[in-house]
Ligand binder design. Structure first.
Ligand code: AMP
Ligand code: MG
Length: 471
């Protein structure tokens, strides 16, 4: 075994002390490695064999500067003045082989001053879910945090019942959240807020000139991100402002789910009782979240009235960004490379038919590209009528629509019932399905015969109706 080297270069640890609490992880009983993401490790410049002790938090690697990050946030619209890493620690940062700074974070690493009630631990199920789903999102081309390692802790965590514990190593281009800005604005810590602003600009938006410009750039990335989620049927499930990253990456895979049958009002999260974060609501909620970011950025500008006016304009402009991003993504899904405003109606009619017929979201779009989507619809006559209008529209395109559709419509997504089966097996010590899912989801636009069972929608008795944060 060759000793591992992680080329740490920690910049967050040099920010004002009020932004974090320095501490080490709490060791676990018997670490054993479940998964190691070798391609990601290579990207990060990490050499040598992974030591389970490091990824369980039992050993602090050389050069790390572990700390828990402070943040606040609106949870389901309610202000929570202090959240923070209650079960996670930033080990440190590396500059990857493309020159991008990346965070390496342990999740499930023990209590911190921000834990409040929780034990600071993570159960195996949520760790494996985050591993599989975040890596699947990456393979789909959607900006996201990544999974570097998963380790069994050899300890139990007590939830509704005792469960095996685990630690996830997450990689992000940063863990700066809307809630990180919010906590400093709320506490009127102007100097720390300025330092965080400078750090964020330097790290993610080096050409940004002022806070209004930063807001505009973040809204652009978030509009693109949400349009990408919608285009694959992804429901984040907990779009609180503390789970909304300035980088524009998907973060926090707690109660997330991909839908099987298309339903714009679909909600999986057991705690989302009013459907605040339902599938189609995501496009509205992200605007609300950006309004909270705008509010937190106002103290950075000398003239408050002018700042509010400029920020409001940016937030109000987000609807247009979202509509354009949605149109581009969904046009591609039906083979249109050059979107026109009137295509929105064509897509809307298709989605209505899918909703009415409870069509499988993923398989319907995939079948459209193969020319055999008719079976997915209950009202075949209505589909035939739609299809003929669609074909007429496609005649005006200059490229091959079927080829485009096969590169944007995945054949496979991480289906909820497979995730649940994977977790149940792993709780019994069998990681076969976990590894199989990771391998299949790494190439989501391929459809090998051997993975037919993973592409199939759930049978009635396999259907998952609710997901849980499971923290
Ligand atoms: P999340 O639902 O993952 O966005 O977490 C919301 C807040 O609860 C964050 O501040 C977490 O650090 C904290 N939290 C979640 N689970 C635990 C846990 N098991 N122990 C301590 N804090 C937790
Ligand atoms: Mg969170």
């Amino acid at each position: 075994m060759t000793q591992q080297h992680i080329p740490f270069d920690n910049s967050y640890a040099r920010l004002p002390e009020g932004l974090f609490h320095r501490q080490s992880a709490t060791p676990v009983k018997a670490p054993s490695l479940i998964a190691w993401n070798a391609p990601l490790a290579a990207e990060l410049g990490i050499t040598g064999d992974p030591d389970p002790m490091v990824y369980a938090g039992n050993a602090t690697p050389e050069g790390a500067a572990p700390l828990a990050q402070l943040y606040a946030g609106h949870q389901f619209g309610q202000w929570n003045p202090q959240l923070g890493d209650g079960r996670a620690l930033l080990l440190g940062e590396v500059v990857d082989r493309d020159g991008h700074r990346r965070d390496i974070q342990l999740k499930g690493s023990g209590p911190t001053p921000y834990s409040r009630m929780g034990d600071g631990r993570a159960a195996l199920g949520p760790v494996l879910r985050e591993y599989v789903v975040s890596e699947a999102m990456h393979a789909l081309g959607i900006p996201t945090t990544r999974a570097l390692a998963a380790v069994r802790s050899g300890e139990e965590v007590i939830r509704e019942r005792p469960l095996p514990g685990a630690v996830l190593t997450r990689v992000a281009s940063s863990h700066i959240r809307v809630g990180t800005f919010q906590v400093l604005a709320a506490r009127q810590q102007d100097e720390a807020l300025s330092a965080l602003y400078a750090h964020t600009v330097d790290r993610h938006y080096p050409d940004v000139k002022d806070p209004v410009d930063l807001l505009a750039r973040v809204t652009e990335r978030q509009a693109e991100l949400v349009a990408q989620w919608l285009s694959v049927g992804f429901i984040h499930g907990v779009m609180n402002t503390d789970n909304c990253a300035l980088s524009g990456e998907t973060i926090d895979y707690g109660p997330c789910a991909f839908m099987d049958q298309y339903n714009p009002e679909m909600v999986f999260s057991s705690i989302d009782r009013r459907g605040r974060y339902a599938y189609a609501a995501q496009a509205d909620v992200i605007v609300w979240n950006m309004a909270q970011l705008a509010t937190a950025l106002v103290p950075l500008l000398p003239d408050t009235d002018a700042a509010i006016k400029a920020m409001t304009e940016v937030v109000h402009g987000m609807g247009d960004l979202l509509r354009a991003a949605w149109l581009k993504r969904f046009c591609a899904k039906i083979g249109i490379a050059e979107p026109r405003a009137e295509d929105a109606a064509l897509i809307g009619e298709l989605m209505q038919l899918m909703d009415a017929g409870q069509a499988d979201f993923t398989n319907t779009f995939r079948a459209l590209g193969r020319g055999d989507a008719r079976d997915q619809f209950t009202d075949r006559a209505a589909f035939d009528a739609w299809e003929s209008r669609w074909k007429t529209r496609l005649e005006q395109e200059t490229h091959d629509p079927a080829a485009l559709m096969l590169t944007v419509n995945p054949a496979i997504i991480p289906r909820n019932h497979r995730i649940e089966q994977m977790i149940a097996a792993a709780e019994q010590g069998d990681d076969t399905l976990f590894h199989r899912l990771n391998a299949a989801l790494a190439n989501p636009f391929d459809a090998p015969d051997a993975d037919e069972d993973l592409r199939r929608p759930p049978l009635p008795d396999e259907r998952v109706r609710a997901t849980f944060c499971g923290t």
